[in-house]
Design a protein around this ligand. Structure first.
Ligand SMILES: C[S@@+](CC[C@H](N)C(=O)[O-])C[C@H]1O[C@@H](n2cnc3c(N)ncnc32)[C@H](O)[C@@H]1O
Length: 210
């Protein structure tokens, strides 16, 4: 369960006593929590902007663009009975991601290109929530490809407008992404700008239930 205190968010530490990226550790009713920094994690920024992360402790999450595992570590705190398949293309962040998994057995790190979901689909029984944070020009194509491949009910993409087109207003890009999702048959439930914490970013959330 995410703890909200004084407008800030915290996750219960899966590895008590250990801070992953220098974040503050606090104790609340006998449980140790890690501060979820919105300047370091777009999902924390999503929470700050009033959005939600539709996972519970048993969820299966496919995370594309895992980087060093900063955000993955907070999902690992939440998914105590679940699993995160964390896909990362580059070897340097992947090494840090690997070391994170030494103490966190609910993260499965995969070094792969998210443009090719068939490379990691045998690792997943099913996907409850797909989250993507990849700052490439073709980020929306990658997201749609994975949405079609895995068919999760819930999903979200962190859109970095400058990676798509640096010459256009971010809001135009967000509207384009929303339009493209609708065109492809996906139900967009929210577009939340998180530029207060993450420059020129918004999170587009999908809910395909019903
Ligand atoms: C913004 S960083 C991720 C930060 C991370 N999501 C977090 O919050 O801690 C984007 C990552 O996507 C990775 N990436 C870029 N293209 C990719 C691709 N085609 N497949 C998988 N990962 C990719 C980059 O190597 C980089 O580590």
């Amino acid at each position: 369960m995410i703890l909200e205190k004084d407008g800030k968010h915290y996750t219960p530490n899966y590895v008590p006593g250990v801070s992953v990226y220098g974040e503050e550790l606090i104790r609340e009713r006998g449980v140790e929590y890690r501060y979820w920094d919105p300047h370091r994690s777009k999902l924390a920024a999503l929470l700050r902007s009033g959005g939600d992360i539709p996972v519970d402790q048993c969820s299966s999450v496919l995370y594309l663009g895992a980087g060093d595992g900063t955000t993955v570590s907070h999902l690992s705190d939440l998914l105590t009975e679940g699993m995160i398949v964390a896909v990362e293309l580059s070897s340097r962040p992947f090494r840090n991601l690997l070391s994170l998994t030494e103490r966190r057995d609910n993260i499965l790190p995969v070094m792969a290109d998210a443009r090719y979901p068939e490379e990691y689909d045998d690792l997943l029984g099913g996907v409850d929530y797909l989250y993507q944070d990849i700052s490439q020009q073709d980020q929306v194509d990658i997201f749609i490809k994975n949405l079609k491949h895995f068919g999760p009910e819930r999903a979200a993409i962190a859109v970095k407008s400058r990676s798509i087109d640096v010459t256009r207003e971010p809001v135009e890009i967000y509207n384009d992404v929303k339009g493209r999702m609708k065109q492809e048959g996906f139900n967009v439930v929210a577009v939340r700008k998180i530029s207060r914490w993450q420059k020129d970013h918004a999170i587009v959330s999908i809910d395909n239930r019903g």
